[in-house]
Design a protein around this ligand. Sequence first.
Ligand code: DGY
Length: 339
Amino acid sequence: MAQKHKVVVTRQLISEAQTLLEAVPDLDIVQWPSEGPAERSWLLEHAKGASGILLMLSDKCDEELVQTAGESLKVIASFSVGTDHVDREALKTRGIRLGYTPTCLTDAVADLSVMLILMAQRRGGEAIAKVVKGEWPKMPWSPLLMTGPQIRGSTVGFLGFGRIGQATLKRLLPFGIDRVLYSTSKPGKPVNEDHFGLLKEGTIPIEVAKDWRHLAKESDIVIVGCALSPSTKHLVNAEFFSEMKKLAVLVNIARGPVVDTDALVAALDKGEIFGAGLDVIENEPNIAADHPILNQPRCVLVPHIGSATIETREQMATESVKNLLAGLNGEAMVNEVRL
Ligand code: DGY
């Protein structure tokens, strides 16, 4: 690297990634000092004159940030698979490259999807809460106690059927599911890539849903795995829930705003669906303690931990640093978004 580049990193990184970054000579590293999220004002202040910014999904990369950084900015490296926090147009018009981490977190998020399906179907949150509250003595074992639907025999509907959706399907096949319906973010459109050869294998019927209504009507398990965009915001809404089966469960491992939370609360209240398992929710992490979703016994909500395995977070950090450095040096990234 001929000239000294300034890079801004909005979080402390796991050791291997930090070592990789610090080993680069002539790099002026400005790094948010704590484990918590970087303050916006700090990011804007330090972005000035930066050549690269490594940021998290909780940091907005918008026109303001890009403008503040100025002409020196060459690369944004996002520590995430989702890039809805990034204004792609703002980068594209200035020729700024965007790195992301779409491959290394597939297994971790697919594992969590299975956990959420089981929690929603088998009433995991409700069951644990009862034991913790000391209610077990009032509910001795009985044949119908805490029963819920099972995975075997299910039709599984994937709203968004990319890497994570397909990795989830791989995990569900041994459970004995019957059939798969899938759609991309624009329901009815065929999937771009057969990441695991599942479409070719033909073990069980795997079909493109005619539209969202078809998928909602026929699925016992609906998995939301599509990217957030204006066309997918509230894709799962009151009308969607009204088409779902009463014993069906909804799992969201994508982005909160794809599901209309008020409509989900209403659907659970009315018994339109059996339950839900959410890794993400609208307005996260700022959910009021008295939000009605928190009082839904059949809704399990975890705090966006889809990729939170030690191995995955290490890989995401390392890959983000590699993308950042590749962007500075005009080299190929591990994974780059085609803007
Ligand atoms: C991402 O990286 O976009 C995921 O939401 C992390 O779990």
